[in-house]
Ligand binder design. Structure first.
Ligand code: HEC
Ligand code: HEC
Length: 324
């Protein structure tokens, strides 16, 4: 249909001209491109937007990469045992293949990066952000940014972000939903609830007894540098998503008691954590010492990272300008 194509080309030419007009300059505290529900004149209707699903994966080369990315986030420690010594998978926390709004959704992440991360003190891209979860949440090692596996994971995240305008923040886009941040938790009470409602899947020693329930503490759990090691972040996850068979049934206080109990156990170290938040501003419940912050209720001891000198850190992007 050459006529149709010409019309489309003419329309997109006009759109391009609109898009290239003078843009308002961002004012202080506001970054260009955030909350652009009207990107290039096309209204984005979040209420009716849905991420694409496994059944929508196209039957071509890109589809093969997307599918492989999906299986890597579903079976992370099984697929990449060299990189993941824990028994966690990406979907252990990013539930429903990364699409559950209450569980730090990856839908739309493709449109939210590059982004400034206070913990790094730098602007980072999506591959670096994925590696932060490899090293900290999975207590493992960064995978090369140019690897096939990284491209596949990024292809999957782009697939479940399809249609979200660049810079748009979907509901849940800031990670786990913020809770009223009292940080008041009682580990003794938490232990009682754990025995009654969590142990059946996660095991008496928090080791993840019934797969796919992963470890909550111990040498095969998330590291101290993971968001989940913070009392408030874990309480939010638990309140909205656990017990797995009855989410939403706990009170917020029970969730704080449980996160206090869970995070009072030994877990893997995260080498380099003392260099986090180089400009200050660590969250109040960060459980380790870092710039301008004293550890909040740290675990009693840490398991050394199997290769403390290796690739367990994701350094801030290097500058090509050599400093003297
Ligand atoms: C132990 C839990 C856990 C595991 C396992 C985990 N993550 Fe995360 N991830 C989080 C949390 C929590 C956040 C949000 C940070 C916050 O809420 O403070 C996050 C954030 C992210 C983000 C940033 C999302 C955004 O748009 O800002 C990406 C991308 C990501 N994770 C990818 C992955 C990938 C890929 C894997 C597997 C290799 C993985 N994560 C494994 C807990 C986890
Ligand atoms: C019916 C089994 C089951 C019960 C009961 C259960 N969980 Fe889970 N939990 C899971 C599964 C399965 C996952 C990983 C999700 C996935 O793979 O889809 C998970 C993930 C988690 C995670 C994030 C991953 C990690 O290892 O850190 C936390 C934290 C957690 N559960 C805490 C709890 C708490 C606290 C309770 C009790 C209130 C509880 N769970 C009860 C099955 C269960």
């Amino acid at each position: 249909m050459p006529g149709f194509r010409r019309v489309v080309a003419a329309i997109s030419g006009v759109m391009l001209l609109w898009g290239c007009g003078p843009q308002p300059r961002p004012t202080a505290g506001q970054s260009a491109g955030t909350d652009s529900s009207k990107a290039h004149g096309t209204a984005f209707d979040e209420a009716s937007w849905r991420p694409l699903l496994e059944k929508d994966i196209p039957p071509d080369s890109l589809g093969a990469s997307i599918r492989r990315g999906l299986y890597l986030i579903r079976f992370t420690n099984e697929s990449l045992p060299q990189n993941v010594p824990s028994n966690l998978r990406c979907v252990s926390c990013h539930l429903n293949d990364g699409t559950k709004v209450e569980a730090a959704p990856l839908t739309g992440s493709h449109a939210r990066f590059p982004k400034y991360m206070g913990r790094t003190g730098a602007v980072i891209d999506l591959a670096e952000r994925v590696n932060y979860c490899f090293t900290r949440s999975l207590a493992g090692y960064a995978i090369p940014k140019t690897s096939r596996e990284m491209q596949d994971i990024l292809a999957y995240i782009a697939f479940i972000s399809k249609g979200v305008p660049v810079g748009y923040k979907l509901k849940g886009a800031d990670g786990l939903i913020s809770t009223p941040d009292t940080l008041d938790g009682d580990g003794g009470r938490g232990e009682q609830v754990f025995k009654a409602k969590c142990q059946v899947c996660h095991g008496a020693n928090g080791e993840g007894a019934v797969p796919p329930a992963p470890a909550l503490w111990g040498p095969r759990s998330y590291s101290i540098g993971a968001s989940m090691a913070r009392r408030e972040r874990a309480a939010s996850f638990i309140k909205h998503n656990m017990p797995f068979n009855d989410p939403g049934s706990l009170t917020l206080q029970e969730a704080f008691d449980l996160s206090t109990f869970i995070n009072s156990h030994p877990r893997p170290d995260s080498p380099g954590k003392e260099k986090d938040y180089p400009a200050g501003g660590a969250a109040a419940d960060t459980p380790y010492d870092t710039f301008g912050h004293k550890a909040f209720d740290p675990p009693p001891r840490l398991f050394p990272h199997p290769n403390a000198k290796g690739t367990a850190e994701v350094p801030a992007p290097a500058s090509i300008r050599k400093s003297k």
